[in-house]
Design a binder for this molecule. Structure first.
Ligand SMILES: Cc1cc2nc3c(=O)[nH]c(=O)nc-3n(C[C@H](O)[C@H](O)[C@H](O)COP(=O)(O)OP(=O)(O)OC[C@H]3O[C@@H](n4cnc5c(N)ncnc54)[C@H](O)[C@@H]3O)c2cc1C
Length: 299
């Protein structure tokens, strides 16, 4: 464990909560839905709303998570601006693929009634095979489902090719999980170059890439690729995390007719949010600096 990781892991949860506050929409469905609505009404930014929590291993917690997602889907109803993201390890992956897939499928079917879309987030490499297997099964039956691929993993090109003909909705990002050098790139610039390569491959394979990055040069290069391949503006979107300071860039993209979607996480139980927030702090210690700056900023 590096010193940076050690310091973040040792940070008391209440302090992590302060650092994480700009990145989390609140502690209820209502607050999350209100955040998504106001991002749309005030800034024309779309959202993908996510209940924080992972690696749940008790049936009760999984049942509770399903109920929250059901209520979230119903509360969002039919609208043009907010989709939903979820994780297999929140929804029963510990009990095997069949159980988890059924739980996710029920939510997809529920969302379909409102013309809403579900993205299955990608967790660390232990989940990649299972997530993609579920995705391929589900996508054959339901149009309103997408998933995520991580540019840092060596396997990603093959994974893109395994989606042939599916007209898939793929969030492509570098990935947040630290992975071993035997299976993944370790250098961020290399990951971003691969990200661009995979965006191009996704376009060429007829998929819809949701490009998840805050890196301006990557976004600008991705737009060049789309132009070069004559991809219309509704053939892709840019995704960022709520709280990362990119307002000017987001507004420029929106005014150019490009969909920008923010990841809007919320927690019904704070303990479930800690893992997400600590991972973000390790990946971007600048989070802490922004929050402290904002605390002292004059309005
Ligand atoms: C919508 C969305 C969904 C995602 N879903 C997944 C997923 O399912 N699975 C997965 O493994 N990963 C997921 N990620 C995480 C993603 O892969 C990266 O870890 C994250 O987006 C940062 O990568 P980057 O390309 O912005 O590069 P980075 O080099 O990490 O960031 C570029 C610059 O952006 C700024 N920045 C980035 N993050 C922060 C932050 N938290 N606080 C302050 N500044 C910041 C910094 O200025 C940094 O220098 C998701 C990301 C997004 C945006």
């Amino acid at each position: 464990m590096s010193l940076k990781e050690f310091l973040v892991m040792a940070t008391p949860s209440p302090l992590v909560k302060v650092f994480a506050s700009p990145y989390v929409a609140g502690d209820s469905i209502e607050k999350a839905v209100l955040t998504a609505k106001s991002l749309w009404e005030n800034k024309k930014l779309c959202s993908t709303v996510d209940l924080l929590g992972e690696e749940l291993e008790s049936d009760e917690e999984v049942e509770e998570t399903i109920k929250v997602y059901e209520k979230l889907i119903d509360t969002l109803g039919e609208q043009p601006y907010a989709t939903i993201s979820l994780k297999p390890s929140q929804l029963g992956s510990h009990k095997g693929i069949a159980y988890c897939e059924k739980n996710i499928e029920n939510l997809i079917v529920r969302a379909k009634k409102f013309n809403n879309m579900i993205t299955i987030d990608m967790e660390d490499h232990n989940y990649t095979d299972m997530t993609l297997e579920m995705y391929r099964n589900l996508k054959k039956k339901h149009k309103n489902v997408g998933t995520v691929l991580q540019a840092r993993l060596f396997r990603t090109e093959n994974d893109i090719m395994s989606l042939k003909g599916l007209n898939a909705h793929i969030r492509i990002c570098i990935g947040i999980y630290k992975e071993p050098p035997e299976i993944a790139l370790q250098d961020k610039t290399e990951m971003k170059k691969k990200l661009l390569k995979y965006i191009e491959l996704l376009f060429k394979e007829g998929h819809y890439p949701a490009i998840g990055t805050h890196e301006e040069w990557v976004i600008s290069e991705a737009l060049n690729i789309a132009d070069r391949l004559n991809i219309p503006k509704n053939g892709y979107e840019i995704q960022m995390l709520m709280g990362v300071p990119r307002e000017k860039l987001q507004q420029e993209l929106v005014s150019n007719g490009i969909t920008v979607r923010l990841y809007v996480p919320f927690a019904t139980k704070w303990k479930f949010a800690i893992g997400y927030c600590k991972r973000r702090l390790i990946a971007n210690p600048m989070m802490g600096v922004y929050v402290v700056k904002n605390l002292f900023k004059r309005n």
